[in-house]
Design a protein around this ligand. Sequence first.
Ligand code: URA
Length: 227
Amino acid sequence: MRLDKFLAHNGFGSRKDCKKIIKDNLVLVNNEVEVNPGKIIDVKVDVINVDGFDINYKEQVYYMLNKPAGYICSHDDSLYPSALLLIEDLRTDLIMVGRLDVDTEGLLLITSDGKFSHQVSHGKKDILKQYYVELVKDFDLKYIKELEAGIMLGDDLLKPAKVEMLDEKSMLLSISQGKYHQVKRMMHYCDNEVLFLRREKIGNLSLDENLEVGEYKELSLKDLEAI
Ligand code: URA
């Protein structure tokens, strides 16, 4: 990979910014000052140091964020701040895996890996996403069978959901699709309304209970396998 591209990937600004950092003699490759932005480096072998700090290159990064309400899953943050702002990583290639509404909390995956994101959101294998749902009134149990068979929502026949009642007004709801406002619309169908929504699980990966709302962590290989 070219040295200026490597620096841009690692959050040192545009290619032009990176060229300047290199021309300013701030970049060492294997302990030698390197002034050629086009220098080809081997990211697995060469040690790159910028202004005294070694840069650990990761081809892809994977984060779990405990998303707070008030943040949106979009790069356009004109109305609300983007959830990406909560991740202290200067990489410019981060994307959010699927969407949570602005008032929804909980497990949000953030990655640089577009293929992974696609597989989790739209892959052939159905990956269940589990939500903790609080409702405004008692849930009418007659709807459980319908939800678990698959209801019609607009023009869509939904795939079967799983319902685990926690008490009269709260449940764990697992769904494998991610249609627009899906859980809220499913609860409308059941003549009810969502008061609070938090995503708890994606596949077998649970929201880390040590993460306060707004905190995030990097995923381990084991976490990725759990998805
Ligand atoms: N379903 C919803 O209605 N909202 C979310 O944020 C996620 C699923």
